[in-house]
Design a protein around this ligand. Structure first.
Ligand SMILES: [Ca+2]
Ligand SMILES: [Ca+2]
Ligand SMILES: [Ca+2]
Length: 285
């Protein structure tokens, strides 16, 4: 009862405002108020922060258990922005004092959110940003935009993209604001940088680790080697045929136990013959 009378008052107030401004209510009602704003939560199982199955964290004490264990990706449309919230399995810390390097309040994590805007074959990129090792997107799931949820400041990100991913520059989105709270990383992106979200869009979020001193071709990512080191993940290959990816969304993106197997299947690779595939997850409205 209370709820419906509130809704009526909101509707009445909106109609009045629209009338005053001479706009039709459909033109004027902000998406969030109209109740049809896009919102989707993808969930990921706990404990699958091991890439294709056997990756291990670096040995340094800052890489606390669960730090790269993706638990969910929330996509929330606002009036002029789209907010991306990535939750991991550990409290987010700032062991390398990001404020000293114009960073965003965290140090360890780096999430890349890939978006397919059209689900069309032949449009978009199959290769990921440089530094993710051996991964690609399927032919009809190529990505059109990638949001960098990084602790690095805008200046550094822009420079890295310019030098290492010039071809993809127009597709890389640096958020308006990036922050961390609790176990969550938050990126607020201008809607004008992405467009209006719909069920047609596909999403993938790749969990990586921020590397401030990356290899010269890697875009701020930490490598996966055969044997782990103080600041290197282990369980992969010393070359770049292994996916340099700790955790991804897989299957239906609802957190089911079967999604662990789906992730292992997607990230399975054989150096020299089979490249891992990053799946896109689509949401029908
Ligand atoms: Ca996970
Ligand atoms: Ca490697
Ligand atoms: Ca996963």
């Amino acid at each position: 009862m209370l709820r419906s009378s509130f809704a009526l008052r909101v509707a009445a107030a909106t109609a009045t405002l629209a009338a005053v401004l001479g706009a039709t209510s459909t033109q004027f009602v902000p998406a969030a108020m109209a109740g049809d704003a896009f919102k989707h939560v993808f969930t990921d199982p706990a404990g699958d922060d091991f890439g294709p199955g056997g990756y291990t964290y670096p040995t340094d004490a800052v890489y606390t258990a669960g730090s790269f264990d993706l638990r969910s990706l929330e996509v929330i449309e606002g009036d002029d922005t789209i907010e991306f919230r990535v939750t991991v399995g550990a409290k987010i810390e700032d062991p390398w004092n990001s404020k000293d390097w114009e960073g965003n309040g965290f140090s360890l994590q780096f999430a890349q959110i890939y978006i397919d805007l059209d689900h069309q074959k032949g449009v978009g990129f199959h290769d990921a940003l440089p530094g993710l090792g051996g991964v690609r997107f399927a032919d009809d799931e190529a990505w059109d935009k990638v949001v960098l949820l990084s602790p690095q400041g805008r200046t550094r990100l822009e420079a890295e993209v310019r030098f290492k991913a010039a071809k993809m520059k127009g597709a890389v989105v640096i958020p308006k604001r990036t922050s961390a709270r609790g176990k969550q990383l938050v990126a607020v992106v201008k809607k004008s940088d992405l467009g209006v979200p719909s069920g047609k869009w596909g999403f993938q979020v790749v969990m990586q680790s921020n590397e401030g001193y990356p290899d010269k071709t890697d875009l701020l990512t930490r490598r996966v080697n055969e044997v782990r080191g103080q600041h290197r993940f282990g369980g992969g290959n010393d070359a770049e045929c292994d996916p340099h990816v700790l955790d991804i969304l897989a299957g239906a993106g609802k957190g089911g136990a079967d999604e662990v197997a789906a992730q292992k299947a997607s990230l399975a690779y054989t150096c020299g013959s089979k490249v891992a595939t990053l799946p896109m997850l689509y949401t029908a409205r």
